[in-house]
Design a protein around this ligand. Sequence first.
Ligand code: CTP
Ligand code: CA
Length: 228
Amino acid sequence: QRFFESKGDFSGKKVALTMGPTQEAIDPVRFISNHSSGKMGLALAEAFLERGAEVWVISGPVAIPVNKEKFHWKDVNSAEEMFHAASAIHSQMDIVVFTAAVADYAPATVATEKIKKDEDAMQIRLKKNVDIAKELGSKKQPKQFHVGFALETENEEFHAKEKLQRKNFDLIVLNSMKESGAGFRLDTNRVTVFSKNGGQWKSPLASKSEIAQLILDHIKRESSWTLI
Ligand code: CTP
Ligand code: CA
């Protein structure tokens, strides 16, 4: 396939990528999180590297094996930490890819001591987290290219296109929960890509590393420095 001929086509490009879940502390021993494995994010980070880019990875806690030395790697826990790490480097980047499954809410207060079991039912009050992609999207420079991800269970195309607009993405990659062989934890995926210019493309069911290469092909084609 054509991506094997693409080595070096991202050389000189600076790429930042958020990946993995975030963990939002409840108390010193507990947190709220989600099932993101970080596999798709890491596959993309590897693909950018292979094709010559310099890659900054801001990763929530993931269990997959990774050689961090190859990247500018920053480990974070919470959405707040991920936001600060991404904000610090954003203006120097050419391409920013938001693959992280950022927790939408965090406990409104974090207990300083372990919460003791007491009542039969309990409530944890949550507050909305910062939307990293939206905040940085509002600071996007004309030369910068932002890529978002969406995971939907219904009205998939509508929600993906709405996020593309709302977060000022140039491209959004929709993961379908309905596809067998696609999604969290698996090694294969099938995605649909929507560009802000109205383009739309559906991938075959393929390994996450093959999907990553195909997504890079789209980024290359849709961004302004295409003619190389
Ligand atoms: N995202 C982000 N910061 C957040 C939430 C989401 O950067 N606090 C990014 C994700 O990394 C992804 C895109 O925004 O690239 C879409 O994430 P998603 O959770 O689908 O969007 P939400 O706006 O949180 O919408 P939903 O209510 O469907 O969860
Ligand atoms: Ca969300």
